[in-house]
Design a protein around this ligand. Sequence first.
Ligand SMILES: [Zn+2]
Length: 179
Amino acid sequence: MKLYVFLILSFFSMQNCAQKKVDLTKPQQQTTMEDNTHANNPYYSRTDKTKLNVSNEEWKKILAPEVYAIAREANTEYPFTGKYNDFDEVGEYYCAVCGNHLFRSTSKFASTCGWPSFFEADKDGVIYKRDSSHGMERIEVLCKRCDSHLGHVFNDGPPPTGTRYCMNSVSLDFQRDKK
Ligand SMILES: [Zn+2]
C-alpha cells in the first residue's frame, strides 16, 4: 500500500514538473512579442535600410512561430483576428521581421475585409510580386528590406489612391507617436 501511494505521489509531482516547464517557456515568448524589443533578432532595425539576405532556416530560429508562418511562408491570419484590424492609434507601422518602415497611420482606413488596410505604403518600404497561388491573380506585397510577406494589394481602395493594401497584423509592428 505504501508503495502504491508513493507511486501515485511521484506521478503527480512529475506532472507538476512538466507543467512548470511549459509555463516557463510561454511568458518568455509572449514578452518578446508584446514589448517589441526584438532582443533575439540581430537583424531588426528601424534605421538600417541595408537589404537583408537571411535564409528561412535562420529566420525560423529567430522569429515567433506565428510570425514565421505568415511572414516567411506567406500564410494569412484569420480575418477579424489581427491586433491592428480594429485599431486607429496614431503612429508608424514597421515590418515585424526586420523593422523597416512600411506605413503611416494616416494612410490606414476602416475596411470591412477583416485585415488592417492602408491606401498608401512607404515607397521605400515595400516591393510587389505577382501571385498566382490559390487559383487567383493577385499582387503580393513584400518588405523591401527582408522580403517578408506582408499581404496583398488591390485596386478597390478609397481616395486619394484607390488602392487597398490588405495586410496581416502579424507582419506589422506599431510604434505610437510620442506626445
Ligand atoms: Zn522586413
